[in-house]
Write a protein that binds this ligand. Structure first.
Ligand code: FAD
Ligand code: NAI
Length: 328
C-alpha cells in the first residue's frame, strides 16, 4: 500500500499554509472544512449586497517570511495593498489618523487568497470532523454524519482552540493546552446604502463602547458592488455581553452607534446583515508556534498558537508543517 496522505482539518489560513508547505515537500494531503467555502475567518460572505468581507478586514506583514509570501500573493494577483483614508474615534471624537503601516487585502475579495492557496489540493467542504482516532498505524476521521475518512498517516488540526481540543483527545496534553485558550466573540454587521455616504472616512479604529472598527467596503481595491456598504465590528467586550442578542437588535444598536460616530447623515440602509463570530480572536497572544505530538503524528496550528492575526495563523501553519516534516 502506498503511503497514506496527511489530513488537515480546517481551510483557514493556518490549514492552507500547512497544506502549501507540505505539498511543496512532496506530501499528499486531504483537507476538510465544515464550512461551505474556504478561508475560515478570512472568508467573504455572499449576500444581496455582493461578496462581503465580514471577518478579516486587512492584514499586516511584519515577519520576513510572511512579508515575502504576501509579495508572492501580490504577484499572483490574489492580494493588493489597501491605503484607506484612516480615522480614529475616541470618546465620540472623530479625527484623521493616517499612518505609514502597509495593509493588505485579498482581491477581488478576502477569500481569493484561500482559493489561490488551495489550488488543486483535494478538499471536502461541508464536512464537520467530530472525531479523530488512531488505529495501530493510521488515523481515521469521523464526520458529523457518521462517515469515516482515512486512512491518514498524520493529522493536522487547524481550527480555533475551543473546537480543536475535542479533536486532540488522542493527545491529552495537546488537548489541555488548546482547552486553556479562551477566544472572544465579535459581532460583525454590514449596512448597505443606495447612495454613497458623504464622508471622507474609509476606515476607523474606534475606542468607544460598542464599536471597535468600521470600514467602507468600496475603499478596498477590486470591489465594485453597486451599493455603498460599510462593515462594522463590535468590540470583544460588547460582543461577549451581547453574544445571544437577536441579529435585528445587534444591527439596530451598531447602526445607531455608527450614525452617532460618522460625520454625515446616515439614512436607513437598503440592506443589512449580521454575523456572529463565536471564536473571533484569542484573548491573548502565545508563542507556541504549533502544538505537536510527533510520536503519534498529531499536530495543531492556528492563530491562537501565535498572534491572533492572519500573519500568526500563516506562521503557525508553517511551523506545524515544519515539525511534521522533520519527523519523516
Ligand atoms: P480559521 O480562519 O478560523 O479557520 C479554521 C477553519 O476550520 C474554518 O474554516 C472552520 O470552518 C473550520 N473548522 C472548524 N471546526 C471544524 C471541524 N470540526 N471540522 C471541519 N472544519 C472545521 N486578522 C488580521 O490580521 N487582521 C484583521 O483585520 C482581522 N480582523 C478580524 C475580524 C474578525 C471579525 C475576525 C473574526 C477575525 C479577524 N482577524 C483579523 C483574525 C484572522 O481572521 C484570524 O487570525 C485568521 O483568519 C485565523 O486563521 P485560522 O486558520 O487560524 O483559523
Ligand atoms: P494594525 O497595526 O493596523 O493595528 C493594530 C492596532 O493598532 C489596531 O487595532 C489599533 O488599535 C491600532 N492602530 C493601528 N493603526 C492605527 C491608526 N492609524 N490610528 C489609530 N489606531 C491605530 O494591524 P495588525 O497589528 O495587523 O492588527 C490587525 C487588526 O485586526 C487589528 O485592528 C485587530 O484589532 C484586528 N483584529 C480583529 C479581530 C476581531 O475579532 N474583530 C480579530 C483579530 C484581529
Amino acid at each position: 500500500m502506498s503511503k497514506a496522505p496527511i489530513a488537515i482539518v480546517g481551510t483557514g489560513i493556518a490549514g492552507l499554509s500547512a497544506a502549501q508547505a507540505l505539498r511543496a515537500a512532496g506530501q499528499s494531503i486531504q483537507l476538510f472544512d465544515k464550512g461551505r467555502g474556504l478561508g475560515g475567518r478570512m472568508t467573504s460572505k455572499r449576500s444581496d449586497a455582493g461578496h462581503l468581507d465580514l471577518g478579516t478586514q486587512y492584514f499586516t506583514a511584519r515577519d520576513r517570511r510572511f512579508t515575502e509570501t504576501v509579495h508572492q500573493w501580490q504577484a499572483e494577483g490574489w492580494a493588493a495593498e489597501w491605503s484607506p483614508n484612516l480615522f480614529q474615534s475616541r470618546n465620540g471624537q472623530l479625527s484623521p489618523s493616517a499612518d505609514e503601516q502597509l495593509r493588505w487585502v485579498g482581491i477581488p475579495r478576502m477569500d481569493a487568497i484561500a482559493a489561490g492557496l488551495l489550488g488543486e489540493l483535494p478538499v471536502k467542504l461541508s464536512c464537520r470532523v467530530t472525531d479523530v482516532f488512531r488505529g495501530e498505524e493510521y488515523w481515521t476521521l469521523v464526520d458529523a454524519e457518521g462517515n469515516n475518512h482515512g486512512p491518514f498517516s498524520q493529522v493536522v488540526i487547524a481550527i480555533p482552540a475551543p473546537q480543536a481540543s475535542a479533536l486532540l483527545a488522542a493527545a491529552p496534553k495537546l488537548a489541555a493546552v488548546a482547552a486553556s485558550v479562551a477566544m472572544e466573540p465579535t459581532w460583525s454587521v454590514a449596512l448597505s446604502f443606495a447612495k454613497p455616504l458623504e464622508t471622507s472616512v474609509d476606515a476607523c479604529f474606534v475606542q468607544d463602547d460598542a464599536l471597535d472598527w468600521l470600514a467602507r467596503h468600496h475603499s478596498r481595491p477590486g470591489r465594485d458592488e453597486h451599493l455603498d456598504t460599510w462593515v462594522l465590528h463590535a468590540s470583544s467586550a460588547w460582543s461577549r455581553q451581547h453574544v445571544d442578542m437577536p441579529k435585528e437588535s445587534v444591527i439596530e444598536h451598531l447602526h445607531g452607534a455608527f450614525a452617532e460616530l460618522i460625520d454625515c447623515v446616515v439614512p436607513a440602509p437598503q440592506f443589512t446583515l449580521a454575523h456572529r463570530w463565536l471564536y473571533a480572536r484569542p484573548n491573548q497572544s502565545h508563542e507556541w508556534g504549533a502544538l505537536a505530538d510527533t510520536h503519534l503524528g498529531l499536530y495543531a496550528c492556528g492563530d491562537w498558537c501565535l498572534s491572533g492575526r492572519v500573519e500568526g495563523a500563516w506562521l503557525s501553519g508553517q511551523e506545524a508543517a515544519r515539525r511534521l516534516l522533520e519527523q519523516l
